[in-house]
Design a protein around this ligand. Sequence first.
Ligand code: ATP
Length: 659
Amino acid sequence: MTDREIELEQEHVTGLYARVDALRERALAGSEDADAAAVRRAEVERLAAVEHGLCFGRLDMADGRRVHIGRMGLFEGDEALLVDWRAPVAKPFYTATAAVPEGVRRRRHITTRGREVVALDDELLGSGGDGDVLVGEAALLAAVTAERTGRMPDVVMTLRAEQDRIIRDENRGVLVVQGGPGTGKTAVALHRVAYLLYRHQHLRGRGVLVVGPSRVFLEYIGQVLPGLGENSVVTSTVVGLRPDLVVDRVDPPEVAEAKGRIGMAARLAAAVRERVVVPDHAVAVEFEGQVLEVTPAEWEAAVGKGKASGLPHNQGRLVFEREVVEVLAGRLVEGMEGVVLDDGGEALDGGDADGRLSAADLRGLAAAGVVVGEDLGPRALLDEVDRGLLRDSLLADGGLREVLEGVWPVLSAAEVVGGGGAWSGDSGSEASWSAADVALVDEVEALIGGGRVVFGHVVVDEAQELSAMEWRMVMRRCPSRFMTVVGDLEQTGSVSGASSWGEVLGPFVGKRFEVAGLSVNYRTPVEVMEVAGAVLAAHREGVVVPRSVRVGGEVPWRVLVERGEVVGWVGRFDGAVVASDGVVEELCRGLPGRVVLTAREAKGLEFDSVLVVDPVGILGGRTGVSDLYVAMTRAVRRLGVVCVGEVPGELMGMVEFGG
Ligand SMILES: Nc1ncnc2c1ncn2[C@@H]1O[C@H](COP(=O)(O)OP(=O)(O)OP(=O)(O)O)[C@@H](O)[C@H]1O
């Protein structure tokens, strides 16, 4: 690439940054109105976030047009100085090939450091070549071999065609992104969110939620969307969707699994239903010195009305209590009318054939100043207003409320899940929950009518980990079922996790979901993939691991040590440690300041160097094979395995340390 070309590109890029600076000045100079100030602050933040790599590409079209592509659109009047990567014109930047050039003559990757253009990388497509050398994949290789910073980078500069297709997929239902480790599933899902927010402006108002497996993971991916100019996406773990619940207990695996099963939904529904008990005898209610009776048939009818309303339990209770109050109010009115009759000894003028007064009669009497009953005082009217007042005072009556509570209690989710203990075998207290309890409490909350925030689009990452009950919890927050579900069934590490997408999604969307596959691994070098793949292959037939773009990493090694030597051995090497449950605490204590994780905690993360410790222990867990596969595929560059006491058969093929 000639220096002159870089100079010309620099001129354009300098002009773009000047434009961004002008926009920032304008945002800073707005009015002092509080709402407007918040909008301006967000705009300033957005402009700061797109600073790095603002412009990263250029398309020279066969028809002579030239389009610069970057993190946001920038205009001078009608002229687009920079086109947002999400705009339709930018699409060929990711998908054009020599075979199908999509009208592109030249695709240029522009590398900047700060505001300075440092490299250009051109590919000539179609027939319009001008003799420049083809460099092609350089930008991608630079990106995948770059030193990791501990935060996931965005990959908007080097998205691959198979990834771009998923990002721009127009499916408005559930889109499943399935792919092996390191294929960019997480990256793709996050870029898809940015794309959807750009394409479907209404989503900005409805909100987008990204659900991930752990707080560490959410922290790790936290910079991707802001870097793409999107600051308003909510990220959470499943448990974090209920910040009101304190999770401080750990269930044994078999208990967690039982709590996650779909059968829990029916059991919880039954538990709520069974809290409504129709009395099989007449119940006396005292009100203002009178004893009123509600018969079993009347209870039955009132409960029936409550249930037939189809409302959640606590709202249904309102229908039920209205019905009971209606019965009692009727009874009271009857009594009052009886008083009028008794006073006269016989039916007064204008009464009905059965001796009762019509409403019109009563109004007439009231107008004439007739007193209806002594303890109710002078009655002007016994019309709807009076009945209404009567109903209200019945509803507010402590005695009656107690009776109603006995038949159809107002429930709290905590009391239903924590109090019963039927599902967990323990007696749980309201203030202390396990992770698996959270989905149960949320389920009951839905049954009894608690409110929840819903979103216009929901991304579920590491989706193979969710239990059936957790899926219900997530689905409740996405009534539109507009979702991106990301996962790898080979990596299922939760005892309640998924074994088939149809099984997982069927109950919510039937067959109406699409699966898109990713096949190329951008993280793990070939050498690591080979030994990790052998672990899977030893247990599952026909396993295909993704093809790695990176070759020439260091050869992964294994070493056999005694139990007592583990901490010492691990201490000799750099890198993140992924260890079995059996040794993880000892390593944490023995190696302060080191990253030490279980396989479950390492989900979705990556590190330049990884040491897997105690593979036999990891394999011994309930999802051991997947766990070991996940642990080994976290490595970007180097992998070492420290075997404790024994080398598992699955790793026999690995090279011995120093050998
Ligand atoms: N097109 C790309 N260009 C450059 N880097 C990429 C590209 N796609 C993915 N990567 C990088 O590959 C690594 C793996 O991506 P990501 O974490 O999204 O994979 P994943 O499929 O979610 O992995 P896993 O299932 O193992 O957690 C990341 O460092 C990501 O930045």
